[in-house]
Design a protein around this ligand. Structure first.
Ligand code: PAF
Length: 285
């Protein structure tokens, strides 16, 4: 496994591999890898001749007062995990190389980014699409893998790839959960014991919504009401949003249909967690 920090070296290395006819699978991350990331790497290993992983805590997707400085980092452990998953290339660029003095170009996907997390984190998705577009340009992957936990991020990146004719297949992969159901996230380490316990209300409320839909509920307002009541039982929970939206447009829906996804963002203390479920799909315990 090679660890490359230099942008031009990574670009050259990936260009050589593509000229040799190698198919590159790419998993972009901000590091502090967990089972969710590892599931992306395993699928990437199946998809590509070469598996590339990027580790970069992207400053421009964090707003003022967000957790950029505190974001957990452990490059050594990440590289060990990457090695075990058969990663060929780890790209760990320096901030100043990706964003040199005078950097002034951003990628914006309008519409999709103005709702849900985009409302409470202005500028966040522009930071994500800008860095992902840069990483795609450096690496030139044939396929890139993203977790469906960040449902809106996946929708935004799919739209960017479509709108900008990027020659990369974007694959969304299933949410990976802890044994008790909490969706895996690098930010889970911030949770204190009481917050961690109460955060289970998220998956519990998704299961409740799924049960309602299985038993015939179709009015989004009724499902949302039940979800909200369940989350409000937890004294530490502060709801940011609970919405049922169309999977592609992210427009709110009044009826639950096979296109509907239930999306949640809830704070427990200082930690903001997101989770979601496509209501017509199974939700395993
Ligand atoms: O999902 C993430 O970890 C980040 O948003 C990403 C896609 C690596 C861009 O920094």
């Amino acid at each position: 496994m090679e660890i490359i920090r230099d942008v031009q070296e990574m670009q050259r290395r990936c260009g050589d591999l593509r000229r040799q006819g190698k198919r590159i699978a790419f998993v972009p991350t901000m590091g502090y890898l967990h089972e969710g990331h590892l599931s992306l790497l395993r699928e990437g290993r199946r998809q590509g001749d070469v598996l590339a992983l990027s580790i970069f805590v992207n400053p421009i997707q964090f707003g003022a007062g967000e957790d950029f400085e505190a974001y957990p980092r452990d490059l050594e452990r990440d590289c060990e995990l990457a090695r075990r998953e058969g990663v060929d290339l780890v790209f760990n660029p320096k901030r100043d190389d990706l964003y040199p003095e005078g950097f002034a170009t951003h990628v914006t996907v309008s519409g999709l980014t103005e709702t849900l997390c985009g409302e409470s984190r202005p500028g966040h998705f522009q930071g994500v699409t800008t860095v992902v577009c840069k990483l795609f340009n450096i690496i030139g992957p044939d396929v890139a893998l993203f977790g469906r936990k960040d449902f809106q991020q996946l929708a935004v990146i799919q739209r960017m790839a479509r709108d900008l004719d990027l020659a990369v297949e974007i694959r969304g992969m299933p949410i990976v959960r802890e044994a008790d159901g909490l969706a895996m996230s690098s930010r889970n380490v911030y949770l204190g014991p009481a917050e961690r316990n109460q955060a289970l209300a998220l998956v519990d409320s998704l299961r409740l919504a799924r049960r309602l839909v299985v038993s015939g509920a179709r009015r989004a307002a009724a499902v949302l009401d039940a979800v909200e009541q369940r989350i409000r039982r937890e004294p530490l929970a502060e709801i940011d949003y609970i919405r049922i939206c169309h999977q592609e447009t992210l427009q709110e829906m009044e009826e639950v249909t096979p296109d509907s996804v239930l999306l949640l963002a809830v704070r427990f203390g200082k930690t903001r967690l997101i989770d979601n479920h496509v209501l017509f799909e199974e939700l395993n315990p």
